[in-house]
Write a protein that binds this ligand. Sequence first.
Ligand code: NAG
Ligand code: NAG
Ligand code: NAG
Ligand code: NAG
Ligand code: NAG
Ligand code: NAG
Ligand code: NAG
Ligand code: NAG
Ligand code: NAG
Length: 429
Amino acid sequence: MELGAPLVLLLATAWHGQGAPVIEPSGPELVVEPGATVTLRCVSNGSVEWDGPISPYWTLDSESPGSILITKNATFKNTGTYRCTELEDPMRGSTAIHLYVKAHPGPLHIILEPTKLVRIRGEAAQIVCSATHSEVEFNVILKRGDTKLEIPINSDFQDNAYKKVLTLNLNAVDFQDAGIYSCVANNAAGSNTATMNFQVVESAYLNLTSEQSLLQEVSVGENLDLTVIADAYPGLQRYNWTYLGPFFEDPHNLEFRTQWTTYSYSFKLHLNRVKPLEAGRYSLMAQNKAGWNNLTFELTLRYPPEVSVTWIPVNGSDVLLCDVSGYPQPNVTWMECRGHTDRCDEAQASQVWDDTQPEVLSQKPFHRVILQSQLPIGTLKHNMTYVCRAHNNVGNSSQFFRAISLGQSKQLPDEYLFTPVVVACKKKV
Ligand SMILES: *[C@@H]1O[C@H](CO)[C@@H](O)[C@H](O)[C@H]1NC(C)=O
Ligand SMILES: *[C@@H]1O[C@H](CO)[C@@H](O)[C@H](O)[C@H]1NC(C)=O
Ligand SMILES: *[C@@H]1O[C@H](CO)[C@@H](O)[C@H](O)[C@H]1NC(C)=O
Ligand SMILES: *[C@@H]1O[C@H](CO)[C@@H](O)[C@H](O)[C@H]1NC(C)=O
Ligand SMILES: *[C@@H]1O[C@H](CO)[C@@H](O)[C@H](O)[C@H]1NC(C)=O
Ligand SMILES: *[C@@H]1O[C@H](CO)[C@@H](O)[C@H](O)[C@H]1NC(C)=O
Ligand SMILES: *[C@@H]1O[C@H](CO)[C@@H](O)[C@H](O)[C@H]1NC(C)=O
Ligand SMILES: *[C@@H]1O[C@H](CO)[C@@H](O)[C@H](O)[C@H]1NC(C)=O
Ligand SMILES: *[C@@H]1O[C@H](CO)[C@@H](O)[C@H](O)[C@H]1NC(C)=O
């Protein structure tokens, strides 16, 4: 072993009483990994002194008879020659050791900028590929697809690292400049690659998209987020979310949140506990050099049905009318139960009619659908309860109807939605 000989020599001189101190571990050279704990001990019969690039990279632990240098995290700053000298020896015998902290063979650090690039044909563009490492032996190249680009390398040494930079400058890009660019660096330890996409377009563009349906339906009181993505080059000059009606005359601006990355924006409109007058059209409008564009949502609110039953005589026979509103369009069912009962559903009913085609009185966008269902019953039976029930996917609602003869009118609590009619009057009409 190479290091063996000097050690023997040092010990030999010490035995001859010439006062040279002994360094442990023995020299003349010590190679360690970065981060290692290194202890250099100087052993002597008298007091000694260490000499070298000591402060502040070491701690000095003085204890007789040795004097100990310690570092718990060796770095390249600990690399150097350390000499230990015998202070009381008139010959000033000394011993030295060279400590070498290896550069870390860590990965090559590379940067390819920008990470994404769009240009209109004829515009200028710059792509920079740089690689950094503590050892100078490495290569770096810039490729478009599989083609290596011939670009001179600029080298630099900064912050204890070697840096090699390739800069591609294009004065007027054309479609053939577009593609996937890779910055590839390699050394003995391996290689590292970064890629980016360069897109060349014919003209400015502004694309608005949403992952959501443009036709939205929520129930009153629910929350709703509407999100639009704008892909644009060049960047947007103006944008807003606007309510376009129909419930307010003037379009008004809305508060929203914007996030953006390179060439892409996300606009999120939050509607909190939606109220009836907030149904309508919501438009994200944006402008760049390509012009104005918009993406417009239609928000329809869902309402549970409301029903109201009335009686009319038609040509001498009785007809019950059920006015229903709600959205989506409710379906209507009539039921007839014997007696004056508060419970009248399919289970109790003596007759059930589904009105498959109620008359649609009104069906305007963003409003409730208004329907009317007619039940011609010929002659109203006095000892009967009639119920109109409307049902949609938000809920259901029903109203009772009873014929009561004069003088026997009886008030029922409101919650029964009881509509009395004085049948006796009918005959006199
Ligand atoms: C210390 O002194 C003794 C006796 O003189 C000698 O044998 C020994 O080698 C010395 N040790 C060192 C490290 O100088
Ligand atoms: C050792 O030093 C390096 C460089 O200063 C530092 O990054 C690392 O965190 C240190 N490690 C410990 C365990 O202190
Ligand atoms: C924008 O839309 C146009 C036309 O729909 C399409 O050709 C183009 O690829 C889109 N651009 C982006 C960046 O989405
Ligand atoms: C939103 O922006 C467009 C374009 O600037 C503008 O016409 C519109 O008035 C704006 N909306 C509101 C409510 O200001
Ligand atoms: C939204 O864009 C369409 C064309 O895509 C246009 O017809 C409409 O007028 C625009 N709406 C607004 C409010 O700018
Ligand atoms: C009422 O009866 C008359 C005569 O029978 C008829 O012409 C008319 O259409 C009827 N009206 C209704 C609403 O049924
Ligand atoms: C009304 O109906 C109830 C229940 O069917 C019955 O008990 C009662 O006798 C009826 N009354 C008349 C006057 O028909
Ligand atoms: C009425 O609508 C409800 C909810 O949409 C549905 O569950 C029910 O089956 C419908 N009834 C009829 C008779 O169509
Ligand atoms: C009507 O709605 C109530 C709650 O509002 C529900 O408990 C009931 O089951 C509904 N009836 C039908 C037939 O869907």
